[in-house]
Design a binder for this molecule. Structure first.
Ligand code: ADP
Length: 448
């Protein structure tokens, strides 16, 4: 196994990766910005290196700084976590060229799945269902107009290099298309330096359902079941759960098979996620593949009992995944994940600052992944995620009751958090009945 791994990330995911390394006897190197000297990941790692100023561009996105830190500490491998450099094929290549292991897929697979238009084409070839839409990038506004007429409105224009919900524009009818095309192009050019767009049919009330996959260098590919991620605001997930209340065992098996096909088509290695949209009529289509460990990975860990980050390290080292071939992966019980953010629960304005007091929930079925502690000052430079509260129950009903109990007992003094919002969602009859889709939050916030 590796003897030393550098974690090119911060916050809760860096803490999570350190835990997996420690259990495997691997020593850890944290990198951090000037603003993160007191972050828990720095305190927990065996070594730490300051790699630059507070802004991500100066530190966590600073490729030469990260590589230099890995070289001077004699690290064998780099775990990128999620965000920052995790889906940067160029970075993965440099890590490899410097004689270290990038814990993730090959640069080629990152590049292929990172171009959403190419990813779509790959899935069409592999016979994974996709929404009606363009074959490759759109060449002109005229082509877009003709195609939209053929597939029928509403349609969505998406940036080929897009991510994080940016560079997407909806056109409900023909008179909106020209405008949507220009805005999406500009946004794509500004955000990603690539103005190319593709088009898809827009589904009115879909669910977002994703499958966790693992692939190792022996050629073994497995899927570990789904996560329902329909509770989102502005394409940012707020609550995830598994199993999805919308799947029966036949549909689950069918989607799981499509996830395996998609993973093989991408020639994928390590942990990844296949995202699908599920329509009200039970039809589902590939949306994109995330080529990294995701924020919501512990949902799958809690229903399957599998430590995904340890599997990532084993696979990265070239070992086979440790899941027994004979024993089937059988998810059990029901899990919710609540993302606790440093933000105003009414206005969603960021709320960084000093955490004056902290009480974390515990007890049966509760797991909290976090980097905060009493006396920690939340810096304003990074995403607002403070903690992920995960709750297990034997069934959805027990998980819901336990979620309320856990979130009611959590206290974060000094800053505002999304805990009150989560408690209100837990009161919503549609949420508790599992009647949710990607527009749930819009309806919920209008009704509030
Ligand atoms: P990003 O990578 O920028 O997050 P995605 O392609 O994953 O973008 O889409 C993000 C969200 O946008 C989805 O979870 C879904 O809510 C919505 N969405 C994307 N494509 C469609 C579509 N064709 N029809 C309806 N909703 C869509």
């Amino acid at each position: 196994m590796f003897s030393k791994v550098l974690i090119a990330n911060r916050g809760e995911i860096a803490v999570r990766i350190i835990a997996a390394c420690r259990e495997l006897g691997i020593s850890t190197v944290a990198v951090h910005s000037d603003a993160d000297r007191d972050c828990l990941h720095v305190r927990l790692a065996d070594q730490s290196v300051c790699i630059g100023g507070p802004y991500p561009a100066d530190s966590y996105l600073n490729v030469s700084g990260v590589i230099a830190a890995a070289e001077i500490t004699g690290s064998d491998a780099i775990h990128p976590g999620y965000g920052f450099l995790a889906e940067n094929a160029h970075f993965a290549e440099i890590v490899r060229d410097c004689g270290m292991v990038f814990i993730g897929p090959s640069p080629k697979a990152i590049r292929l799945m990172g171009n959403k238009s190419q990813a779509r084409t790959t899935m069409v070839e592999a016979e994974v269902p996709v929404l009606p839409g363009s074959d490759g990038p759109l060449k002109s506004k005229n082509e877009a107009l003709n195609l939209a007429k053929a597939i029928g409105y509403p349609v969505i224009l998406k940036a080929s290099s897009g991510g994080g919900g940016r560079g997407m524009r909806l056109a409900l009818a023909e008179d909106q298309l020209a405008n949507a095309f220009d805005t999406a192009r500009n946004e794509a050019e500004n955000a990603f330096g690539d103005s190319s767009l593709y088009m898809e049919k827009y589904l009115v009330n879909p669910r977002h359902i994703e499958f966790q996959v693992l692939a190792d260098s022996s050629g073994r590919v497995v899927q570990l079941g789904e996560r329902e991620c329909s509770i989102q605001r502005r394409h940012q997930k707020l609550i995830e759960e598994s199993p999805s209340p919308a799947l029966n065992s036949d549909l689950r098996a069918e989607m799981g098979r499509a996830a395996l096909l998609a993973t093989r088509a991408a020639k994928y290695l390590n942990a990844g996620t296949i995202e699908f949209l599920l329509n009200g009529d039970g039809s589902f289509t590939f949306m994109e593949m995330n080529t990294r460990i995701q924020v919501e990975h512990p949902v799958t860990e809690m229903v399957t009992g599998i430590d995904l980050v340890k599997e990532q390290l084993r696979i990265g080292f070239g070992e086979p995944m440790s899941l027994s071939k004979r024993r089937q992966i059988r998810p059990q019980g029901h899990v919710f994940e609540f993302r606790v953010n440093a933000e105003d629960p009414e206005t969603f304005a960021p709320s960084p600052g000093l955490i004056e007091g902290l009480v974390l929930p515990g007890g049966p079925g509760v797991r909290v992944d976090t980097h905060i502690y009493a006396g920690y000052r939340v810096p304003p430079f990074y995403d607002s995620l403070l903690a992920k509260v995960l709750v297990y129950g034997r069934d959805r009903e027990e998980a819901l009751i336990r979620s309320r109990r856990a979130l009611e007992s959590m206290r974060v003094d000094g800053i505002k958090t999304s805990i009150p919002l989560h408690l209100r969602i837990l009161d919503d009859p549609d949420f508790t009945a599992g009647r949710i889709d990607t527009h749930f939050m819009e309806r919920f916030l209008v009704g509030a």
